[in-house]
Design a protein. Sequence first.
Length: 122
Amino acid sequence: MLAHRILPRGGALLGLLILLLGTLAFSALGLLMAGALRAEATLAAANGLYLVFLLLGDMVVPLQQLPAPISTVARLLPAAAFAEALRASLQPAESLPLSSVAVLLAWAAGAFLVAMRTFRWE
């Protein structure tokens, strides 16, 4: 009975697709930073972005506890969209929040398109 509560009952395939989409979005952001910034600046920006995403990404602080304007902006960040979509995909009878998937897709496509213009192999 205890193992039944621990195991996620959502769609594993859907969860895997959300993981793939999140990986694409964050990889595109990494390539964008690597193409647009010097190596030292990329490292600093990536660490700063990690902290912002951690705090505003619905992982450490729930979005409901943030002030309304900050919560609204945080919902447009890829980290919050990823957390919400992944959580929903692993819940038993929960529908997938299409707005979160759309935010992730927009970040992935936008960052990838800009990264294609700025990234250069050295």
